[in-house]
Design a binder for this molecule. Structure first.
Ligand SMILES: *[C@@H]1O[C@H](CO)[C@@H](O)[C@H](O)[C@H]1NC(C)=O
Ligand SMILES: *[C@@H]1O[C@H](CO)[C@@H](O)[C@H](O)[C@H]1NC(C)=O
Length: 501
């Protein structure tokens, strides 16, 4: 394929340029939510759209936990594996290291959709932990990953037990002990909220054994609240401290980062999360458009992410380009939001990101994290003069020039528009009641259902694994992922549920 030729060329160039590369001063960890491969049109993001020069660590989200065997497993074998004419996402992702030898490929396990209960019962039992850890070492080596990112959301919450806090610390310690001799990295995605940090994490122990804390410093406010608020304010607004707003008094990036440091996490292990998406609202009254303005629901779904209340920066920037928006930089929160008629959306732009990277430097943190690469303006459609303008800004501000492969010689003898090799055609798969296509399929019998199926056609019959979205979320056929029931057009729900209990 053309891509294969380009990749081979770049790889050769990277290998030639390999020596004498100074490592970047700051980490830039980057999550990739692989279900973006199911997005339509210009929203579709596949592994070859991932630029490994803008990230020190790329994190592939997500693998899951098999509750019967306590082993790590692929949640979407068709997309992740090569078996049965699958797309081989794991190997294609770790092959990004051939482009940039300094790039580390990490596999994340868990995430919001996997819930907490399975992890709670695995972590509670020494022999189950041992089985899990052994399976992870094996799995990471099979697919050439450099490490694991634990995304248990969250110990002691969402169906977990109070003892999870102790068990999770033990799991982290045992994972690291097994990883060390193998040269594998261990990181974790950790929550932003004070309650979660208090209930879920034994920071003393985690700080000893984790290489990186990917701090999810976002989702402080959203359509799960009754009023407008910014997804990721750097600081508090005085309004957050007014009577009646007690629930929001700790909801800033600055609070979260300081709380981890006070809890014993060395600043250099912290990768501070920056959202490449916004959270939006439909205002109840077009004349009330500040913070804490009444709202009637989430902002309508955007064309690619297709989830009410959340839009990628690549979608927001297109909207803004259409004009008619009023943008406000909140002087206290150091955050930007924009409104137009009844729409209101908070997000990060180049200016607010510069304040955040400056903060990372001032606080002497390890670096940045982004959720997630597939919603930057990765096609360069918004007139920033570059693709990935937000990730570019983060890298440049933290580490200076973006490393580039020195261009290698043009491949000869192959017109570039002709496939270099032909792959065998995938066997035709007749749709079944459950499996209409390889990959993830919704519950065929029920809309607004948490059940979905991972399908792989093995040439003879469908291999089907039933999966279930975490409590409160449903598998939305349009979004091809688990989303809050109130965010799904398939569900007829009036109320809103908070992210935090
Ligand atoms: C699922 O959510 C409902 C409603 O919030 C709650 O009553 C129930 O206990 C939850 N179940 C689990 C296993 O967390
Ligand atoms: C940042 O957080 C620290 C610790 O919570 C606090 O002392 C400081 O005042 C905060 N900075 C701002 C500008 O709010």
């Amino acid at each position: 394929m053309l891509r294969a030729v380009l990749l081979a060329t770049l790889a050769a160039a990277a290998a030639a340029a390999g020596d004498g590369v100074t490592s970047p001063r700051y980490m830039a960890t980057c999550y990739y939510g692989t279900w973006a491969v199911y997005r339509p049109g210009l929203g579709k993001f596949d592994i070859e759209d991932f630029n490994p020069y803008l990230c020190t660590h790329g994190i592939y989200g997500f693998a899951g936990l098999d509750p019967n065997t306590n082993q790590i497993k692929s949640l979407d074998p068709w997309n992740d594996l090569y078996d049965n004419y699958g797309k081989g996402g794991f190997i294609r992702f770790t092959n990004l290291k051939k482009l940039n030898p300094n790039f580390k490929a990490i596999l994340a396990i868990g995430g919001w959709n996997e819930g907490s209960e399975k992890y709670s019962s695995m972590a509670a039992d020494a022999s189950k932990r041992a089985t899990f850890i052994q399976s992870c070492v094996q799995f990471l080596k099979t697919y050439n990953f450099d490490g694991l990112d634990m995304d248990w959301e969250y110990p002691a919450e969402r169906g977990g037990q109070p003892i999870d806090k102790t068990d999770y610390a033990l799991l982290i310690k045992e994972l690291k002990t097994a990883f060390e001799p193998e040269g594998l990295l261990l990181s974790a995605a950790v929550g932003p909220g004070k309650t979660t940090i208090d209930e879920s994490y034994d920071l003393d122990i985690m700080a000893q054994y984790l290489d990186i804390f990917n701090v999810m410093a976002y989702d402080y406010h959203g359509a799960f609240d009754p009023f407008t608020g910014h997804v990721a304010p750097l600081y508090l607004s005085p309004q957050d401290l007014e009577p009646g707003h007690e629930a929001y008094q700790y909801f800033s990036v600055n609070f979260t980062v300081n709380y981890y440091i006070e809890g014993g996490v060395p600043p250099h292990k912290i990768a501070m999360g920056i959202p490449l998406y916004g959270r939006g609202f439909t205002l109840a009254d077009r004349n009330q458009h500040g913070l804490y303005a009444p709202m009637s629901g989430g902002m309508p779904a955007c064309p690619y992410t297709r989830t009410a209340g959340v839009c990628g920066f690549n979608e927001i920037c297109v909207y803004l380009d259409e004009g008619g928006w009023t943008s406000v930089r909140d002087p206290d929160q150091k955050a930007i939001y924009s409104y137009k008629d009844l729409l209101w959306v908070g997000y990060d732009d180049l200016e607010s990101i510069n304040l955040k990277t400056q903060y990372i430097k001032d606080m002497d943190l390890g670096g940045s994290m982004v959720w997630s690469v597939e919603t930057d303006d990765f096609r360069g459609l918004c007139g920033f003069g570059t693709t990935n303008p937000l990730m570019n800004a983060i890298w440049t501000s933290l580490n200076g020039d973006i490393p580039q492969p020195t261009p290698g010689p043009e491949p000869t003898g192959q017109p570039t528009d002709t496939p270099a090799t032909t792959e065998p055609p995938a066997p035709t798969a007749p749709p079944s009641h459950i499996c209409k296509n390889p990959g993830l399929n919704p519950d065929p019998d029920r809309t607004c259902s948490p059940v979905f199926y991972a399908c792989v056609w093995n040439g003879d019959h469908w291999e089907v694994t039933q999966e279930e979205c975490a409590n409160g979320t449903v598998f939305d056929a349009t979004a091809s992922t688990c989303i809050w029931s109130y965010e799904s057009d398939e569900c007829d729900t009036a109320g809103h549920r908070g992210l935090r209990a």
